[in-house]
Design a protein around this ligand. Structure first.
Ligand SMILES: C[S@@+](CC[C@H](N)C(=O)[O-])C[C@H]1O[C@@H](n2cnc3c(N)ncnc32)[C@H](O)[C@@H]1O
Ligand SMILES: [Zn+2]
Length: 387
């Protein structure tokens, strides 16, 4: 019988069996990015202790030790029925480098705090929203350490369940064309606000949306002059259904939001949410350096990190090419050409990892339409027969 027939699989340098555990093969890039961020942390801090709070079959625990050189991993899994499979998988590690427990994640976090035994990285790979574990995880993470959160809670963040979004994120999520970015920003916003209430500061190192899952890696540090809570990075986004324009809205502007198009109906406001950078470019470059020497991560990571670097500082929304096309009554505009022309016109513009069919830019929607229509006009002219 081959290893594959016996149910063994590999990811990175980890070899494991899934058994009855929940395992998403499609989450590979999310795990690769976590390994790169952990390895970058180990390089700068020379130590790395990780609490993998919802470990499932233990694939992350394995990869954190084998690939990110974690000194120690606490693999916790709420379901004790997974014990036999998990122990068999982790047997590949030196026994002094890991422990397995079966507790509720919150119990594990409380225990860390009680023993004053804080972790460098806490990974919460939950079903649904990670928010029920956020405040406790903040008690367990080391100052300067990292928190990795996952959410599959697509309904709540996309405007289908605004009451639930207030309950989970303390924010009113409305329908607009960018539910995935809105979801990432609701998560980061909630982490930043909870951290700020404790005089801590949360910095997103990377944010990643793929398929059904949103993930954010944040650094939790003590608030200092250089990294402090400001309302510039925690506010609202507004979308005008009449013209498709997005804008940010500060707390002071609430109640008097209008669109430059003069629409009688006020734009739809979502928030509060994170308005700051989606990623920390310096940290991403460190991760890319690790990826250059680390053959175990997917070759898709490096181009993804490059896209993330380019979009990091752009406004907290994006424009879909299809919407630009339909509003401009033209074909879907060519993405890279539109970006180049917006840049020539003096705006910042880039692709976004959130969708290959969208752009991020400092230009207003009206400018995107104008330039897209110019491009369409030029294409039509070049196709028309010579007179
Ligand atoms: C999405 S799966 C984890 C997948 C795994 N991290 C991976 O990358 O393959 C979530 C896991 O968390 C466990 N779980 C759910 N709620 C939990 C809780 N409150 N405390 C601890 N474990 C929990 C589930 O049993 C499940 O195995
Ligand atoms: Zn408008």
């Amino acid at each position: 019988m081959t290893a594959e027939q016996a149910g063994w699989r590999t990811e990175g340098t980890a070899r494991f069996r899934v058994g009855e555990a929940f395992f998403r093969e499609s989450s590979r890039i999310g795990r690769d990015l976590a390994v790169l961020a952990a390895a970058a942390y180990k390089t700068t801090h020379q130590r790395l202790r990780i609490l993998d709070a919802m470990t499932g079959c233990g694939v992350r625990a394995l990869r954190y030790v084998l690939e990110a050189e974690a000194d120690y991993v606490w693999a916790n899994e709420g379901n004790p029925d997974l014990h036999a499979q998990l122990s068999q998988n982790l047997e590949a590690l030196p026994p002094e480098r890991y422990q397995i427990t079966h507790q509720d994640a919150n119990t594990a976090f409380f225990a860390c705090h009680q023993k004053q035994d804080f972790y460098d990285l806490i990974d919460i790979d939950s079903f649904g929203s990670p928010m029920p574990h956020l405040s406790t995880a903040l008690w367990a993470v080391k100052l300067g350490g990292l928190l990795y959160l996952a959410s599959t809670d697509g309904r709540t963040i996309s405007g289908y369940a605004p009451e639930k979004s207030v309950r989970m994120y303390g924010a009113y999520a409305r329908f607009n064309p960018i539910p995935h970015e809105q979801g990432l920003r609701l998560m980061i916003g909630k982490v930043a606000q909870e951290a700020a209430a404790r005089n801590l500061h949360a910095t997103p190192l990377f944010s990643y949306h793929h398929g059904e899952v949103k993930r954010v890696m944040v650094r939790i540090s003590r608030s200092r002059a250089g990294a402090k809570w400001t309302l510039d990075s925690y506010g609202f986004i507004a979308y005008c259904y009449r013209c498709g324009h997005f804008q940010t809205v500060s707390w002071k502007q609430l109640g008097r939001v209008t669109c430059p198009c003069g629409a009688a109906q006020a734009p739809i406001v979502s928030g509060p949410l994170w308005l700051g950078p989606l990623h920390d470019v310096e940290y991403l470059l460190e991760m890319k350096r690790v990826a250059d020497t680390c053959l175990s991560v997917s070759s898709r990571c490096k181009p993804l990190i490059e896209t993330m670097c380019a979009e990091a500082e752009l406004p907290p929304y994006h424009y879909k090419l299809q919407e630009i096309g339909s509003r401009g009554r033209i074909d879907i505009p060519p993405r890279d050409q539109l970006i180049a022309r917006l840049q020539l016109a003096g705006f910042s513009a880039a692709r976004t990892h959130l969708s290959s069919e969208a752009i991020k830019t400092t230009a207003p929607m009206a400018k995107c339409l104008e330039i897209a229509q110019q491009i369409a006009g030029e294409v039509a002219q070049s196709r028309s027969p010579l007179e």
